[in-house]
Every structure is written in C-alpha cells, then in structure tokens.
Design a binder for this molecule. Sequence first.
Ligand code: TTP
Ligand code: MG
Ligand code: MG
Length: 350
Amino acid sequence: MKLQKIIMHLDMDYFFAQVEERENPEFKGKSVVVGANPRNGKGRGVVSTSNYKAREYGIRSGMPISRAYKLNPGAIFLPVNMRLYEKTAESISQILGEEGPKIEKISLDEAYIDLTGKYKTFKEAKKIGEKLKKEILKKEGLTSTVGIAENKMLAKIACESAKPNGIKVVLPKNSLNFISDLDVQKIPGIGPKTKEKIGKYLSKENPKIKDASKIKKKELVLLLGKRGEDFFKKFQGVDDARVLSKRKIKSVGREHTFQKDTRDPEKITKIFRNLVNTVTDKVQRKNLIVKGVVVIFRFEDFKKHTKQIAFPGGIYDKKFVYKKSVPLLLRFLMENNKKIRLIGFRTILK
Ligand code: TTP
Ligand code: MG
Ligand code: MG
C-alpha cells in the first residue's frame, strides 16, 4: 500500500501589506497598497500586494500601479520595504523550523511542511497547524492560512480556499470531491492560456477540474505537450512532488521575558530549567545532536549579553545538556546584580 502522506502548506495573509499594517496601526481599516510609487496616477511600476480592503476595489498583485490608483486614489500607497519583510519572514521560518527539517520554503511568505510519519492523523496535523498559526500571531502579530492534505497540490489549493486567517484540512477520502467543481486554473501551473486550450477542447468556457479529468492522457499530451502528463495526474488529485528541504535547522532556541524585571533566584532558575527543558525536548524528538549552547540575558537596561559553550563531541542526553548549561547561568548572575528582563536559551545543532 502507498504511504499516506500528510502535507501542510502555510501562506501568510496579504503579507507585505499586513506587515505594514502591523508597523502602522493607524492603517487598520483603510486600503493599503504596497508597490511602486503611483505618482498621482502616472507611476509606472506594479502593485506588489494590497490588503483585503484594497482588494474590494479590485486591486491585485501585479497590476499596474496607475490602474490601482484609478481604482482607489484614496488608498495608502507604500514603497516595498523588503528588508523589513525579510526580517519578518526569517522569524516565521524559525517558528516553522521547530516542526522539523522537512520544510520547503517557496517564497518569503509560504512553505510546505511534510508531516508524514511525525503525526499519525490529519487531526493531529490540524492541531499543529493551529499551533503554528498561533505562534506566528503571538510572535509576529500576523495572521496566516494553513492547508493540509495528502499532497502538495491539494494542500496549496486548500490553503487558498481558507484565506484569510483560516485552516482547511482535506481528508484523502474527500480529495477528489474537493477539487472537482473548481476552475481548472486552480491547478498550479494552469494559467489563462492553458485554460483556454482545455476550454476549446471541451467546448466549455469555464472548464472545471472534473471536466478536465475526463480527458484521456494521450489527448492531454497532444493538447498541452509534455506537461499534459503532469496535468493528467493533477486533474485526478494526484501529485507526487516531494517536499524538498534545502536547509537543515542549525539551532533551536526559546526566550522568556519576565512580567517584571527580577533578581529572584528561584524565579530565574525555574524559568531557566523550563527553557532548557522545552528546547532539549524538541531537539531530542528530532534526534539532533547538540554541538553547543548559548545562554542569553537581557538586563533591565535592555543590554543583551550572551555566553556560550561548545561540545565538540556532541551531546544527545537532555540532562547532560542542562548540567553543562547551568554554570553559564551562574556566571551571569555572579557578574553583576542588575535586574533581569529576559532569559534565552539556544542550542547549536550538528
Ligand atoms: P502572496 O502569498 O501571493 O500574496 P499575499 O500574501 O500578498 O496575499 P494572500 O493573502 O492572498 O496570500 O505573495 C506574498 C508576497 O509576495 C506579497 O505580500 C507581495 C509579494 N508579491 C509581489 O511582490 N508580487 C506579486 O505579484 C505577488 C503575487 C506577490
Ligand atoms: Mg500570502
Ligand atoms: Mg505566498
């Protein structure tokens, strides 16, 4: 029997525009368009993205900025602040990275995660999706949408169908049903031209996936060339593409900010123990080897300091990691008597 895969696709909602809203709370409820300078309607570039309010006016990614200006001259037009979006994306990647190494980043704002083997049921996978959404919201103040299904294509379509701020699980028994009534253009890779060819062949203006799924493979190849073979499978809900993780996780860490700056040794050691525990649990679950640890302190004056220790041979054992890390904490506490605002603990992995 074929292995039942569980694939998650996560995509940030109106990413660039949402980051801008977060930075400028006064934009909430207004139309926000990120892209080229509209120059009172004479601008030449395009729209990168817009928030949902602006989309109500018909504004879309890739549209000339002059057109967007005509559709809604009162919108807030902002330049692309790529550095800010990259920094945000990096932090989101770190959150996703906690779910294991089988992650494929597709763009700044989306990724596939292969949960096969790690979670046994779609129900469990949904909980993970909810957890990730919550963590991203908590840490970055941004909403995202998750799709979960038996393959990448279905997970992506599921994600799109649940936007914004949603989560959609398509169980394998419902896969075909889920796509059958959708427009063929929902299949990634099918644009207006391919749709037109399929439409002509079927004598239908807006062919659905179920219509296209009736075309024989040979006919599809004649109609669309070599890509026809891939689309033939996709119309049946099949996608064999694997989640390709390019990068391994290099570290796992956690931080804790105290409600009030403190010097209370009991509080500090308790939090430290919890941090080490949470982090090493994650590391152990992934069978990773700890090559070193970093302890981070932020004092009441906001200054951040780190101390680290390397384990050239690598450590597996949780308790041993803790034992080796405590001296770093003690050194911090002995060096000065400033109050502590934040403690962090990070493992460097092989
Ligand atoms: P998308 O995920 O395609 O779109 P989005 O996040 O803005 O909106 P949605 O809620 O529908 O997911 O793209 C992610 C970011 O990539 C987007 O915020 C801006 C950038 N982008 C462009 O610069 N040009 C484009 O044509 C598209 C599609 C996106
Ligand atoms: Mg997006
Ligand atoms: Mg995207």
